[in-house]
Design a protein around this ligand. Structure first.
Ligand code: SAM
Length: 539
């Protein structure tokens, strides 16, 4: 190689290193790229001495490694991973690259592969001076790998500290589920084995999230627009950086012709999956995602933190977030939902809010399940859905055939004594032999009058003996709509009023804990659940 070329390459490398040290990531990537191109070219030329070739290969390995580090600082993890692989092709045990690849894989939630990188790096003599630092990563990977295999999450410490530290980083987890054609609409997620109420089903990190401060008010239209625009920009940015994610996003529904949509294998959503995801519409890797389609996908699938089926764990409740989570996007709506979600930072934890039988479809409540049929129908227009569940069918028939139900609705509008309305509804159900789940449907629909009645001492003095006990109503509602925060709150208030110290209080306390697990999922130990209830119910 001519001396001038050698000098130029040396200059390029020094400049790239300098930019790298100064943390000017974009410029350092550009300069390393120039150097890498030149170096690769020279390696392909004949007549180089073995020593020279060895030197070039070493420089190339270090440059790939540093460019990977710079890319990972810019959160371009997939491209960083490619660079790590190029470096490791040159030197399979290159210490710095192994550490960089481990960190990148950890960011991509590929825990077992990351673990392998750190394990190999620890064998290198260079690890001696960095043992503590690599051990830290190694332990983190081990913990996450276990979590992603078992889904056994414990947020107790964070909750006991009053959510004071940053939201904990979690591992992605996919429980015993599959995606199948759904009788509700299009595709849905189904459990493949029996699951207890409270058990975790999915833990998924958002593709993108955007939050806005509420400051005690509703968001103005302008703020909402800015928030939505920022959110869309983040999703677009992600799709540019990761083609696998872009192809997975393209598998989501746009809310039309759902029954003709392909049913993807759940495994392609696993972070560890390296299978290239072919989209049904072969998308050119270098062309941006079709914006009209993306906007429709986001409209149908993005989730907000203020939904009825969601709980948010954080100190400051004065903000509100919107995000896109891939696998949870396949969960359909039911007016008798069996799952809820918990937001922890950018993670979404989906858990069973009732016991689930193998083969059952997992459903969220997009619409408030503690509201009457007419309200639910009104709200379903926003979602563009026409719910045909058993509950809607039953309530539709009842509304047509039983005048008393309409009278109760009119009574609510006119502000009639709530105790009287509960009494009337219960008497009607007795007379028409409405029992079991159907009784639960109507009680859930008229929850507003039940909760007001149980919450008023005056009302309970007057009607208490003639209407069913709160816990019986709570049980029958929970049986059809799963754990609900509002039911939990009113049970807790009653427990507080009664003092909760005697033996019957202990039984009631156990009931509250059971319901709390259905509402929040099994994410904390009992002592921390007490704190969680104090922190959240106080809101
Ligand atoms: C988040 S996606 C749910 C997964 C979707 N079924 C799929 O195949 O990708 C939301 C869309 O599913 C459909 N959907 C969900 N629940 C429904 C229900 N109970 N009745 C009718 N359509 C429903 C609606 O088209 C809605 O816009």
């Amino acid at each position: 190689m001519a001396t001038t070329t050698q000098e130029f390459m040396q200059q390029l490398r020094s400049k790239a290193t300098e930019l790298f040290i100064r943390e000017e990531w974009n410029d350092s990537i550009k300069t390393y790229s120039q150097f890498i191109n030149l170096c690769t070219h020279h390696l392909s030329l004949p007549h180089s001495s073995p020593l020279h070739l060895q030197k070039l290969r070493k420089s190339l390995c270090i440059s790939f490694c540093n460019r990977a580090e710079a890319k990972s600082r810019l959160r371009d993890f997939n491209s960083a991973l490619q660079d790590c692989d190029h470096a490791l092709q040159i030197d399979a045990t290159h210490f710095k690259t192994l550490v960089c690849k481990g960190k990148v894989l950890l960011s991509l939630n590929r825990y077992s592969m990351a673990l392998h990188c750190f394990k190999t790096a620890l064998l290198d003599p260079q690890a001696n001076g960095n043992c503590e630092f690599i051990d830290g990563y190694f332990e983190k990977c081990k913990k996450f790998e276990f979590l992603s295999r078992t889904g056994s999450l414990d947020l107790s410490d964070w909750v006991l500290n009053g959510f004071s530290a940053k939201a904990p980083e979690l591992a992605e987890f996919i429980g015993a589920v599959e995606i199948r054609k759904s009788e509700i609409s299009g595709r849905g997620i189904f459990v493949t084995k029996n699951i207890d109420a409270g058990s975790l089903i999915l833990v998924t990190k958002a593709i993108a999230m955007e939050r806005s401060i509420l400051a005690g008010k509703d968001l103005s239209e302008d703020t909402q627009l800015v928030m939505w625009k920022n959110f869309v920009d983040k999703v677009v940015d992600f799709t540019r950086k990761c083609h696998k994610t872009r192809n997975l996003i393209c598998k989501l529904s746009i809310g039309e012709n759902e029954d003709s949509l392909e049913v993807p294998d759940v495994d392609i959503f696993r972070p560890e999956s390296v299978v290239e995801v072919n989209s049904s519409e072969d998308i050119d890797v270098d062309i941006d995602i079709d914006m009209v389609r993306l906007l429709a996908i986001l409209d149908v699938n993005s989730l907000t933190e203020d939904a009825v089926s969601a709980n948010v764990l954080r100190k400051n409740h004065d903000c509100y977030g919107v995000g896109l989570w891939l696998l949870p996007s396949f969960i359909n709506h039911s007016c008798c939902p069996n799952a809820r979600r918990l937001h922890v930072g950018d993670y979404l934890i989906v858990h069973a809010s009732r016991d689930l039988k193998a083969g059952e479809e997992i459903t969220f409540a997009y619409l408030d399940p503690l509201s009457p049929l007419n309200k639910r129908k009104e709200m379903s227009v926003t979602w563009g859905i026409h719910c045909k569940c058993k509950r809607c069918k039953f309530e539709g028939e009842i509304l047509l055939s039983k005048q008393e139900v309409k009278e109760i609705e009119i009574g609510i509008e006119r502000g009639t004594d709530v105790g009287g309305l509960v009494y009337k509804l219960e008497e009607m159900m007795k007379r028409w032999k409405i029992r079991g789940k159907e009784k639960g449907y109507l009680r859930a629909s008229f929850w507003s009058v039940y909760s007001e009645a149980y919450g008023s001492e005056r009302c309970m003095k007057r009607w208490g003996r003639r209407i069913p006990a709160l816990d019986a109503v709570a049980d029958s509602i929970t049986d059809v709509v799963g754990g609900d925060l509002r039911v939990l709150k009113i049970l807790m208030e009653e427990l507080k009023r009664k003092g909760g110290g005697n033996s019957s209080g202990l039984v009631e306390m156990e009931k509250v804990f059971t319901l709390a697990r259905e509402v929040y999922g099994k994410v904390v130990k009992k002592q921390a659940m007490r704190t969680l209830l104090e922190l959240c119910i106080a809101d």
